[in-house]
Design a protein around this ligand. Structure first.
Ligand code: FAD
Length: 432
């Protein structure tokens, strides 16, 4: 065990979209805040899994409006200033295209501005309870293990490492269903004139499949050029695995790389793509769903589809219920309903059912099979993260998560919590 005993108001485990928003929201609420991130940079799936499209920041209606602001808006503003983001664009949904290196750089900067302490290469490996609450977490680095105490905690690890190791109630997927994992794959060397429409790429993949080319999984996915490099990202390579198990993910990684090279061969048959190469896979497989924290409310598919309102709303969801089936490799996408194309997310869906000082941000938040498939995207993860940070800071300050005070803090920090109060429509750009 390390000799130095660290103590914070709030510890956030995981520095993806949810974790960064949680930490900034907490620090902006006056709490001394630490992020523990196992990677060497922030960003989560945007930097670790080649997911270079922020979804969930806008409603998907004829005239899309922002649905998530606050910390997300600061991130987008800083990305724009260095050319690291392009959009919003529309393809099935409305999203922003990202450059990975720009995201790493900008997230360092938003945390620094807010006064958040960030420990990279710091894997949280266990957590201790006392009196029904989490008392401390322990992270590991090359000097050994280090304990950090805090008054409240946010689990933004995606896999619920904090909640699980702390003995809080969690579950894997929903009723035996788990959204399929995909190895994000970025191709370089594609001519600016090449046709990168989903139809053309799907036809090439189907031809190759008929000719016996394997291993392949999906026929189609979002295909788009990212800013700065002009590389083309796809989410084709898919495998079913258990995100909790190194053995299971290792098999998926190996099989995924075989698929990525097979897709490369196919893409090189498309006009203008003859010199394509694999710019990056991942670096690691992208997990859409793992454990969830069991919370005092579970957002349901019906809530999403009807555009539900809640008294204790602390953020907005606007992405569709995007389910990728592990049996068929097919996906479904149903849009949120309601007049505005947004649903409200109650604080109860981010509040652990049995551990009052534990908050569930991003992928760990509580939604049923289809609601979870909407809540999980990075734009919405910024919203749930921001809300968890404000709630955790309120809890650390007063010993309870008082809804009006949390809503007031979020409003002061620029976050949106009312689906009837969306800003003006935005102008869309074209995707390619
Ligand atoms: C292939 C694929 C395509 C997707 N497409 C889109 C898309 O187009 N747009 C979109 O918005 N979303 C998309 N998603 C969903 C989205 O990427 C995730 O749901 C989102 O990143 C969740 O954010 P998060 O912050 O909760 O988790 P993550 O982004 O997964 O971040 C979790 C962070 O926690 C860290 N961590 C985990 N355990 C520990 C630990 N024990 N100690 C310290 N750190 C830890 C991880 O290193 C990581 O940085 C996609 C997902 C996949 C897999």
């Amino acid at each position: 065990m390390g000799t130095e005993q660290l103590s914070y108001d709030i510890v956030v485990v995981g520095g993806g979209s949810a974790g960064v928003a949680a930490a900034v929201g907490s620090a902006q609420s006056g709490a001394k805040t630490l992020i523990l991130e196992s990677a060497g940079f922030l960003g989560g799936a945007a930097t670790l899994k080649c997911v270079q499209t922020y979804c969930g920041l806008f409603t998907i209606v004829d005239q899309p409006r922002p649905s998530v602001l606050g910390v997300a808006a600061s991130v987008i503003r800083k990305l724009r200033a260095i050319g690291g983001v392009r959009g919003p664009v529309k393809f099935r949904g409305v999203f922003m295209l990202l450059d990975t290196e720009a995201v790493k750089f900008v997230l360092d900067s938003v945390c620094e501005d807010a006064g958040v302490d960030v420990l990279l290469h710091a894997q949280m490996i266990c957590a201790e309870r006392s009196g029904g609450r989490i008392r401390s977490v322990t992270y590991h680095d090359h000097n050994g293990d280090h304990e950090v105490t805090a008054k409240a905690f946010v689990d933004a690890s995606g896999e619920c490492d904090l909640a699980y190791f702390a003995g809080a109630s969690t579950r894997y997927g929903n009723h035996g269903f788990v959204n399929l994992g995909t190895l994000g794959t970025r191709f370089g060397g594609i001519s600016p004139d090449a046709d990168i429409s989903a139809d053309v790429w799907q036809a090439a993949i189907r031809r190759a499949r008929r000719d016996g080319r394997e291993p392949l999984s999906k026929d189609t996915s979002m295909i788009a050029r990212v800013p700065l490099s002009n590389d083309v990202i796809t989410y084709l390579v898919s495998e079913a695995y258990d995100a909790r198990s190194a053995a299971s993910i290792s098999t998926a990684e190996r099989l995924g790389r075989k698929q990525a090279w097979a897709y490369l061969d196919i893409i090189r048959t498309i006009k203008g793509c003859e010199n394509a190469y694999l710019a990056v896979t991942g670096p690691s497989f992208g997990t859409r769903e793992s454990r969830h924290i069991d919370c005092t409310y579970q957002v349901t598919e019906a809530d999403v589809l009807k555009g539900a309102s809640f008294e204790d709303s602390v953020g907005l969801g606007s992405w569709g219920t995007e389910w990728h089936d592990s049996e068929t490799d097919q996906s479904v996408f149903n849009l949120p309903g309601g007049a505005n194309g947004a649903y409200e997310i109650p604080l109860r869906a981010l509040t652990s059912v049995d551990t009052p000082n534990l908050f569930a941000a991003g992928r760990t938040a509580d939604g049923d099979q289809m609601a979870g498939a909407s809540l999980r995207v990075m734009g919405t993860a910024f919203a749930t993260g921001h809300a968890c940070g404000a709630a955790a800071a309120q809890f650390a300050h007063s010993g309870s998560a008082d809804v009006p005070n949390i809503q007031k803090a979020l409003k002061t920090q620029g976050a949106l919590t009312d689906a009837n109060d969306l800003p003006d429509p935005v102008k869309l750009l074209t995707a390619a």
